[in-house]
Design a protein around this ligand. Structure first.
Ligand code: NAD
Length: 252
């Protein structure tokens, strides 16, 4: 019998990452959940996943993540780069240290983790790299220069990894969701409601979903289902793709 596959998932204490850990662990995949917030330990252990505390804005901490997964779980077959943050300010006011933090966490960390996984996946001739990008990997919004730049860059990394991975059985894909119901978005809804003196439901419908054909938020589990598919054997022909889950936003 084959040994269970091992997945490393980042940003797992809440939101999309948490749903991904629950989905993969529920299928019997051995998961190492990685997060800067120590509260992630209880979240991971509740579904039988292993936890590693690491601040992925720090290159040295990124470097030890994959080594820890190999040591504790025996290998790494699936990497889900999910950890992310937002900061909203016009370019003129945007703090350069916030810019660097966002690029470090959301573009450099995925690169360093991909690099560290590569020899393990190449040796087995099988690997899955799944990058949680965003609709903001394909379109921009004012006030989100660092986030939009990191996510556009993540698509470039995904495509390059897909080309280099083809001959080694390693696929690399990005998922591009519109607004998902997570703490990251709930904070933005509350801020917009105060800023525009609107109800939260009006903020969702009139501001956040103005460009969407389907007027609702996406649930984290809906993103996790696509991650599960891309991580499976059935998805071996899918690589270099950016998979929209955007309620029709980019159809326009
Ligand atoms: P979230 O805030 O619920 O979760 C983010 C996780 O990342 C948290 O567990 C947090 O502790 C962790 N994290 C933050 N900084 C970290 C660091 N320095 N090192 C390690 N971990 C760190 O957010 P979410 O909405 O679930 O977002 C997850 C990903 O999905 C992000 O990359 C985000 O850009 C992307 N995304 C979210 C939405 C959305 O609408 N929520 C839409 C598109 C893409």
């Amino acid at each position: 019998s084959e040994r269970p596959r091992v997945a490393v998932v980042t940003g797992t204490t809440s939101g999309i990452g948490r749903a991904v850990v629950e989905n993969l662990a529920g299928q019997g995949i051995r998961v190492m959940a990685v997060d800067a917030n120590p509260a992630g330990e209880a979240v991971a252990e509740a579904v039988g996943a292993t936890f590693l505390e690491a601040d992925l804005t720090d290159g040295e901490q990124c470097a030890r993540v994959i080594g820890a997964a190999v040591e504790r779980l025996g290998s790494v077959d699936i990497l889900v780069n999910n950890a992310g943050i937002q900061h909203v300010a016009d370019i003129e006011q945007f703090p350069p240290d916030k810019w660097r933090k966002i690029i470090d966490l959301m573009l450099t960390a995925p690169f360093l983790l991909t690099q560290a996984c590569w020899p393990h996946m190449r040796e087995k001739g099988w690997g899955r790299i799944i990058n949680i990008a965003s609709i903001h990997a394909n379109v921009a919004s004012p006030g989100k220069s660092a986030y939009v730049s990191a996510k556009h860059g993540l698509i470039g990394l995904t495509r390059t990894a897909a080309l280099e991975g083809g001959e080694h059985g390693i696929t690399a894909n990005a998922i591009c969701p519109a607004y998902v119901r997570t703490p990251l978005v709930e904070r933005q809804i509350a801020d917009q409601a105060t800023l525009n003196r609107m109800d939260e439901s009006d903020v969702i419908e009139k501001i956040m979903l103005s460009g969407a054909a389907i007027k609702r938020l996406i649930e984290p589990g809906e993103v996790a289902s696509v991650v599960a598919y891309l991580a499976s054997d059935q998805a071996s022909a899918v690589t270099g793709a950016d998979w929209a889950i955007d309620l029709g936003w980019t159809a326009r």
